[in-house]
Write a protein that binds this ligand. Structure first.
Ligand SMILES: [Zn+2]
Ligand SMILES: [Zn+2]
Ligand SMILES: [Zn+2]
Length: 317
């Protein structure tokens, strides 16, 4: 089961990756919506992701949190599948009708417009006088709520929420449950990165049949902490392991440096870190373990060549 669900997730990641490629703008917000069947779901492109799946994508570094959206929830059972209902402020029944009303100024009688209409003229049902001029004979207060249970006419009905489990609560007692708003992570997978990964994937699978190539590869730094490496190459004969990661800026570098060191020590592997920033000092790491490759202002083809060269050097050592 574990294996199967992770395969499904890998598939979704590749779908997501291709979506990122298709889109020129990564600024689109990925907003939680309430789906009556799925519960909270997120739409990316044409695909609906459940909140659980989205959290996995976030853990893998593909999504970034950029805000929150809150949903009204039942204060009794926390269900967010709620309906908003208007009830009579007098008898609390949900039996209101919204109608156009008329008030006859002389006798102060107020009722629905339909009750005044008689032979295409307006006549007061109470005093039977004819109503001629709006603003002088009669007023139009607009649409009001009339309770069909107790007859109460009101301008402001009570707002209640009814949850999936039929609990009824006043609107000011409602709870709020927030879910994150995401955007596609700007750090991990730029379209250039994805293109380079694709080229490397193809090249190594074709030229080195004994190599195992995985993209992306999830590494457990400890039982709770996962790290996603975009590309992993291992030689099953020599037992060499090479991880390739991409870093775009100094902030990302700070976040990742320690984790990359951990991976290098964990697996006794070689790590190639592709950096797109000339301000990062290449001597920060032990080059025997972590090789920094600066690709600042290089194009996809140049980056791919550089990387292939670097990986082949390690493989032939
Ligand atoms: Zn409830
Ligand atoms: Zn009522
Ligand atoms: Zn009247």
């Amino acid at each position: 089961m574990e294996n199967r669900s992770s395969t499904i997730l890998e598939t979704q990641i590749s779908i997501l990756a291709s979506l990122i490629q298709e889109r020129s703008s990564k600024d689109d917000k990925i907003i939680p919506t309430l789906n009556p069947i799925l519960g909270i779901s997120y739409k990316i492109g044409e695909i609906d992701f459940s909140y659980e799946q989205i959290k996995d994508l976030e853990e893998k570094g593909l999504l970034q949190r950029i805000g929150l959206k809150s949903f009204v929830a039942c204060p009794i059972c926390s269900s967010i599948i709620v309906n908003l209902n208007l009830v009579c402020p007098n008898c609390k029944n949900q039996s209101l009708e919204r109608k156009e009303f008329i008030i006859h100024y002389e006798c102060n009688y107020i009722d629905e417009m339909s009750k005044f209409l008689k032979d295409e003229e307006l006549t007061c049902p109470k005093c039977k006088k004819s109503l001629k001029k709006v603003g002088i004979d009669y007023g139009k207060p607009g649409k009001l709520y009339k309770c069909s249970s107790c007859g109460e006419i009101s301008q402001y009905p009570l707002v209640v929420i009814t949850c999936f489990n039929n609990h009824i609560s006043k609107i000011d007692e409602a709870e709020l449950i927030s879910y994150p708003i995401y955007r596609i992570s700007s750090s991990q997978l730029s379209s250039t990165t994805l293109e380079v990964i694709k080229i490397l994937n193809q090249y190594f699978l074709q030229s080195y049949p004994n190599l195992k190539v995985e993209s992306p590869k999830t590494i457990y730094l400890n039982p709770k902490e996962k790290y996603m490496i975009p590309l992993y190459i291992s030689d099953t004969y020599t037992n060499k392991k090479i991880y390739i990661d991409f870093i775009n800026n100094e902030k990302e570098f700070e976040e990742k440096a320690l984790k990359l060191l951990k991976i290098a020590l964990l697996d006794n592997a070689k790590i190639i870190v592709v950096i797109n920033n000339y301000t990062i000092d290449p001597d920060l790491f032990d080059p025997k373990r972590i090789r920094l490759l600066n690709i600042y202002s290089k194009n996809i083809e140049e980056i791919s060549k550089l990387l292939i060269n670097e990986i082949e050097k390690i493989l032939k050592q």
